[in-house]
Design a binder for this molecule. Structure first.
Ligand code: PXL
Length: 293
């Protein structure tokens, strides 16, 4: 009998931030709850993530990454998805590009979350050269998941909420033309309804746009992008369609924010993931996604 893969595997190229529920400390619980094995390729170890904490410590693991991957190559590992996120240096971006060359094939897909900033500004460790390297890395991705700020940087556009849906669609096509077949844009401002935000995705293969809207809650929690992308990946690996995967991602983050917002604790600690992880076991009962014309 042909060998079947009992549990899907994701090679997750991310940092480990000890406190704050971002990167691997968000990705591992989410994907594990969805029945997917996470195989981390740690890029750096930080005491906390960089969003809202000062004087964090950072041990850069760039020098160990090639040997780490060569061992995986020697023991002939293969993955259903290769997923990268926050990267700490240009060299690290180049190594991720090599990892993709080694492990990507016809049977898996590559997700690059071009983690660079939020709210119109770059994170403390990013600069224009890193943005330029990220533009090269996304060429190799099948799916990218920038937020609105990251899309502005990738496209060299000004960060403004005064943007129409038609313009957003053009941006998505431009991003897709840079390489990835699917572009999932998060935190899209909605100027007509200021209490709403949305996720809009473009699939170049069938030239279709999908939109999932949700209520905007005026609170910024770090790590939600990592949790969102992980839910989308887990959902695709479970066999869901792109719009259902987006819907599950949006519902999970909305539930997570609602479960957290009523408590008085520093937002930099991230959403109370542990209180909502079990919802990932449930099927999607109501969907509100729209196909955009
Ligand atoms: O959630 C993205 C992320 C990942 N890793 C580190 C970060 C951030 C965002 O702030 O600082 C170290």
């Amino acid at each position: 009998m042909k060998k079947i893969n009992p549990v899907k595997k994701v090679a997750a190229i991310h940092d480990l931030s000890g406190f704050g529920r971002a990167s691997l400390t968000a990705i591992i619980p989410v994907l594990s709850s969805m029945g997917v094995q996470v195989c981390p390729v740690p890029t750096a170890v930080l005491s906390t993530h960089t969003g809202g904490f000062e004087n964090f410590t950072l041990v850069d693991l760039t020098d160990s990454m090639s040997d780490y991957i060569n061992h995986w190559k020697e023991i002939e590992l293969s993955f259903d998805c290769i997923y990268s996120g926050f990267l700490a240096s240009i060299r690290q971006i180049e190594i991720v590009s090599e990892i993709i060359d080694i492990f990507s094939n016809e049977d898996n897909f590559v997700v690059v979350d071009p983690v660079m900033g939020d709210d119109g500004v770059l994170y403390q460790t990013m600069d224009d050269e890193m943005v330029d390297s990220m533009r090269k890395l996304i060429k190799k991705a099948d799916i990218i998941t920038p937020n609105f700020t990251e899309a502005c940087y990738l496209l060299n556009e000004d960060y403004t909420f005064d943007i129409s849906e038609e313009e957003i669609k053009l941006w998505l096509k431009r991003l897709s033309n840079m390489g990835p077949e699917i572009v999932i844009l998060t935190s899209v401002p909605n100027i007509e309804k200021s209490k709403k935000t949305s996720v809009i995705a473009y699939n170049r293969e069938n030239d279709v746009f999908w939109k999932v809207s949700c209520t905007y809650i005026p609170a910024f929690y770090p790590g939600t992008g990592d949790a969102f992308t992980s839910v989308v990946i887990g959902s695709i690996l479970q066999g869901d369609s792109l719009p259902i995967s987006l819907e599950r991602g949006v519902q999970f983050i909305t539930n997570g924010i609602k479960a957290s917002y009523g408590f008085d604790y520093p937002k930099r600690e991230g959403i109370l993931l542990e209180r909502v992880l079990d919802t990932l076991k449930l099927p999607v009962i109501t969907s509100s996604y729209e196909m955009m014309k």
